[in-house]
Design a protein around this ligand. Structure first.
Ligand SMILES: Cc1cc2nc3c(=O)[nH]c(=O)nc-3n(C[C@H](O)[C@H](O)[C@H](O)COP(=O)(O)OP(=O)(O)OC[C@H]3O[C@@H](n4cnc5c(N)ncnc54)[C@H](O)[C@@H]3O)c2cc1C
Length: 435
């Protein structure tokens, strides 16, 4: 009997250390540098003065970059352990950087580790793993995100160089990145899934022209945001900057996105739990019409629904993590997609209820809810919209089924009843005979 929901004591000790460390040392950084881009800008003084010493303490605990294999300086934690860890890190915007597992650098590091040359690893992977530089992943195009068949950004060979020509959109963190991983079409005559390739492009390469840095809805229009609309204007890179061979882009992307999606979900548990904590505190602190909010049945309903949804989601995420650990990311495609679909829904409901329970204060800029609530639509779009992931789930689920052999479904009652009556005819006949 192997079903078990317990955490082994040694790992629980690590989780306790992480929780205490994040609450006391990291969450205050969120408050001091609220709304600033400092988290991505490794040249900001806070990195040298505050973040580096904290990263050293994380390394001393053996908790640095735990998503990576031991050969790359990580501990090779399985996804279940990463899940338990990330739900604590999700409480703070800075915590993933302090623990060396911030997106999109974590996924980009995995790509470089697998497909980079030794020289590329030395120049980009090592400082990336050390948290000294940032990176960017550039796949989405202004006219096409969820449908890669509409991608037009091209890369073609000239001599011993690749030339990249086209536009990309929502290339997050390009402003602060030292290199970009760009997806481009290298063979337009075959389906995009076989004709797209990936390139390592240093950001100082001539021809990278930023059209604008788009911000998110909650940020002021006109100020540079974190998501670049960029033109690769005949950008030239040496041939060894092709990662993993021609036509391999989607195979590489899949490796990168599988882990990333589940880590986002894990961190969303932390966000939702934080909102749940604030909602419960508020329900016990505020009175209206002669009694605490916590005694109003509607509010009890918010708390009960949130508690149930949070527990269901946590189990779903940890189960998906367990499937990845047992059978690998490819076999867990439906589970990963399921978690991706469930994440925005959970955030939408729980952040909303927590915000609503706080009344005007909840929607004000004196509480974090409005900013956290933006996470719900973002989680529904980034790394592919909900609808596309539902399609994946349905396709995977349908693989276990076949069409009905005849005109009527196999569940059609007249045939099933007739077959069952045949099977028990000896008893049924006896009953009739006894009447
Ligand atoms: C915060 C954030 C960060 C991002 N960072 C990056 C990054 O670093 N690098 C990068 O390359 N991209 C990044 N993206 C882009 C992201 O991957 C795309 O936005 C996403 O793939 C959706 O593409 P789109 O925006 O073009 O939407 P579209 O493809 O235009 O889809 C719009 C809507 O159409 C509907 N739809 C689409 N396809 C289907 C379908 N098959 N069936 C039914 N309905 C459908 C859905 O409702 C969907 O939301 C980021 C996005 C966000 C929000």
């Amino acid at each position: 009997m192997a079903w078990d929901f317990s955490t082994e004591p040694e790992f629980q000790e690590k989780l306790d250390w992480i929780r205490e460390f994040v609450e006391t040392e990291v969450e205050p950084i969120d408050l001091a540098f609220r709304g600033e881009d400092a988290v991505y800008d490794t040249k900001h003084p806070v990195h040298k003065e505050v973040i580096r010493p904290l990263q050293e303490r994380v390394k001393e605990q053996g908790l640095w970059a735990c998503h990576l294999d031991p050969g790359l300086g990580g501990l090779g934690f399985g996804q279940v352990k990463l899940g338990l860890m990330n739900e604590i890190l999700g409480r703070s915007a800075w915590a993933p950087s302090v623990f060396g597992c911030q997106a999109p650098d974590s996924g980009n590091a995995e790509i470089l580790a697998h497909y980079g040359t030794d020289a590329q690893k030395e120049r980009y992977l090592e400082p990336l793993l050390n948290g000294e530089i940032r990176s960017c992943y550039s796949m989405t195009e202004p006219q096409a995100g969820a449908d890669p068949q509409q991608f037009v950004c091209r890369a073609y060979k000239e001599g011993d160089e690749w030339v990249i020509d086209g536009e990309k959109w929502f290339s997050s963190n390009l402003r602060w990145a030292s290199f970009v991983i760009v997806m481009a079409i290298t063979d337009p005559d075959v389906p995009v899934y076989q004709g797209a390739s990936m390139f390592l492009v240093p950001t100082e390469t001539p021809g990278i022209e930023v059209i604008r840095h788009t911000g998110l809805g909650s940020e002021p229009l006109g100020e540079p945001g974190g998501h670049a609309y960029v033109k690769y204007n005949k950008v030239r890179v040496p041939e060894e900057n092709l990662l993993g061979g021609e036509g391999q882009a989607f195979k590489i992307a899949q490796t990168r996105l599988g882990g990333g999606r589940i880590h986002h979900a894990m961190r969303s548990i932390g966000v939702a739990q934080r909102c749940f904590d604030m909602m419960c505190e508020r329900a016990l602190s505020r009175s209206t019409q002669g009694e605490q909010l916590s005694r109003k049945q509607f509010v009890q309903g918010y708390i009960a629904d949130s508690w149930i949804e949070l527990l269901q989601f946590r189990l779903q995420v940890l189960h998906a993590a367990w499937v990845i650990d047992q059978r690998g990311g490819q076999a867990a495609r439906a589970e990963i997609a399921g978690v991706k679909v469930a994440t925005p829904k959970l955030l939408k409901e729980i952040v909303w209820r927590a915000m609503h329970t706080h009344g005007a204060l909840g929607v004000s800029n004196e509480m974090p809810f409005a900013q956290l609530w933006m996470q719900a639509p973002i989680m529904g779009i980034a790394d592919g919209p909900t609808e596309v992931h539902k399609v994946t789930i349905a396709r995977q689920a349908l693989k276990d089924y076949e069409p009905a052999p005849g005109l009527f479904p196999t569940g059609h009652l007249p045939d099933r009843v007739a077959a069952a009556r045949d099977r028990f005819a000896h008893v049924l006949d006896l009953e009739i005979g006894n009447l």
